[in-house]
Design a binder for this molecule. Structure first.
Ligand code: B12
Length: 211
């Protein structure tokens, strides 16, 4: 990792609001790869998560971390979205009912649209009926569900069940991701795949939707 990327990772981990955006802009101007800078932001965020788990950071710090991350992503996103949007099909994305974490979901949306998908982002805390409606309205071939809270994993099966009841389950591939997801959970919930990060998400949808 280059010096600028290390500094960006450090600034995210230290919650340096108003610093990260200009640092990302400067790194882009210097010719650094947008995807590498995305990696630096994510690594900084992973450090924040660790510090929270270790009791060094509090909830207020997490909120601030979310803002810092958004600041960096705002500068980065126009540089990531270089693909021919929509070419590969439509994916409906959301964070499940009861869960408001959106940083990871937003990254997955950005990566999917920058690699040629039309992404319909329904936001956070999304009820299963809204997913069904969006799948129908946009003729989506994929559904991506982000879930970080263990207490909310049942929201995944609510989406699967609602798609089944609506008679469209066999028309879509469902992929889950987020801190609390595991292969066992994916199997139990009856989804098609689990993705560990935003880059893997692209590979999975490429594989599932071209089959
Ligand atoms: C930032 C944060 C918050 C912020 C969220 C800000 C925001 N706008 O999103 C705030 C402060 C709001 C928050 C609130 C809460 N949080 Co919180 N939060 C986090 C934290 C530190 C980081 C999450 C994050 O953004 N990571 C960075 C992104 C880039 O990573 P990611 O989300 O994992 O996403 C990547 C992959 O997972 C994957 N991915 C994600 N989604 C998808 C979807 C698909 C389809 C695919 C393929 C891939 C994929 O790709 C992404 C990019 O690479 C985590 C700790 C952690 N280790 O995750 C806790 C954590 C998730 N939070 C936790 C908790 C408990 C809470 C609260 C309940 C706290 C409280 N007592 O109120 C509330 C819940 C609010 C709610 N109803 O949702 C726990 C969950 C524990 C559990 N297993 O249930 C964690 C794990 C912290 C901990 N160790 O205790 N939180």
């Amino acid at each position: 990792m280059g010096e600028r990327q290390e500094k960006i990772e450090e600034a995210v981990a230290n919650l340096e609001l108003d610093e990260v955006g200009p640092m990302v802009a400067e790194a882009l101007d210097a010719g650094e790869e947008a995807t590498a800078l995305l990696g630096a932001l994510c690594q900084g965020m992973a450090r924040v998560g660790k510090l929270f788990e270790e009791g060094e950071y509090y909830l207020a710090d997490l909120v601030l971390a979310g803002e810092v991350m958004k600041e960096g992503l705002e500068v980065l996103e126009p540089h990531l979205e270089a693909g021919d949007t929509g070419q590969k099909g439509t994916v409906v994305m959301c964070t499940v009912k009861g869960d408001v974490h959106d940083i990871g979901k937003n990254l997955v949306c950005t990566m999917l649209s920058s690699s040629g998908y039309n992404v319909v982002d329904l936001g956070v805390n999304v009820p299963e009926e809204a997913v069904v409606e969006a799948v129908r309205k946009h003729g989506a071939g994929g559904v991506g569900l982000s879930v970080l809270l263990t207490s909310m994993v049942e929201s995944i099966s609510d989406v699967v069940g609602a798609l089944e009841s609506a008679g469209v389950r066999d028309k879509v591939k469902i992929v889950i991701g987020g801190a609390c997801t595991t292969d066992e959970l994916a199997a139990k919930m009856g989804v098609d795949a689990l993705g560990r990060d935003a880059v893997e998400a692209v590979g999975i949808f490429d594989r599932l939707l071209s089959a």
